[in-house]
Design a protein around this ligand. Structure first.
Ligand code: NDP
Length: 240
């Protein structure tokens, strides 16, 4: 019987590539999203992957959403915490709302999604949790005190939970993408993009599929000995 994977923010960008790659690898996939109904409907029409709307920033909504997914597809074996937002500003101009929104989605979202699923994974003695952090959580980024703090927090969360899950057959890992050619990055002027690419040793932006392949590997039985690790996928831009 095929395993069930749930991808947060799984209808667009990197998350969409992850959802599709997991489906192609034989998983039953559910893609969560926050509010962009049009993109979600288009994604489902194109891929056949069902989409489920709730905010990962809301604990009760996560518990309810997970229950819906499990009623439709069965117990979730693989959780990919991919949903993320930016609310950039230099720190002296950063509002409390900008700080809190990023914390709620990019850091608390991991608690809100993993906590309701954890008892079931422990009981079934199998689980895979993959957290999408960021290069900017590793190195910090001007104008992203909120985002860098949350993404660094994701790595700490990963390492702590890996220790708790190990004996129960649950692995917990993080992936830190560098610049990936999503809509957001492709929207910046070509000149700026070229200057970003000049700082990436492999000489190109990442492709969402580059990250999706890492997820498929970490979700697999072959990766059962890997837990608490951080995979850096950034074309050599920042070496940890
Ligand atoms: P996109 O903005 O393209 O997509 C974000 C997805 O997350 C959408 O599906 C969105 O839903 C969903 N989402 C946002 N907030 C919530 C929420 N509160 N609850 C549920 N879903 C939510 O993002 P990317 O593909 O660029 O990024 C994916 C992840 O990768 C993020 O965690 C990001 O921080 C990280 N990352 C991205 C990099 C890049 O270069 N793009 C680099 C490093 C890390 P909806 O469609 O409804 O808005």
């Amino acid at each position: 019987m095929s395993r069930v994977a749930l991808v947060t923010g799984g209808s667009r960008g990197i998350g969409a590539a992850i959802s599709v790659a997991l489906k192609e690898a034989g998983y039953k996939v559910a893609a969560n999203y926050a509010g962009n109904d049009e993109a979600a409907a288009k994604f489902t029409a194109e891929t056949g992957i069902p989409t489920y709307k709730w905010s990962v920033a809301d604990y009760d909504a996560c518990a309810e959403g997970i229950a819906r997914v499990e009623a439709d597809l069965g117990p979730v074996d693989v959780l990919v915490n991919n949903a993320g937002i930016t609310r950039d500003a230099p720190f002296h101009k950063m509002s409390r709302d900008q700080w809190q929104a990023v914390m709620d989605t990019n850091l608390s979202g991991l608690f809100n999604m993993t906590h309701p699923l954890w008892p079931g994974m422990r009981e079934r003695k199998f689980g895979r949790v993959v957290n999408i952090s960021s290069i900017n959580g590793q190195k910090g980024q001007f104008g992203q005190a909120n985002y860098s703090a949350a993404k660094a927090g994701d790595i700490g969360f990963t390492k702590a939970l890996a220790q708790e899950g190990a004996r129960a057959g649950i692995t917990v890992n993080a992936i830190c993408p560098g610049y990936i050619a999503t809509e957001m990055v492709m929207a910046v002027p070509e000149k700026v993009r070229e200057s970003i690419i000049s700082t990436i040793p492999v000489g190109r932006l990442g492709d969402p599929a580059d990250i999706a392949r890492c997820v498929v590997f970490l979700a697999s039985d072959d990766a059962g000995f890997i837990t608490g690790s951080t995979i850096t996928a950034n074309g050599g831009q920042y070496l940890t």
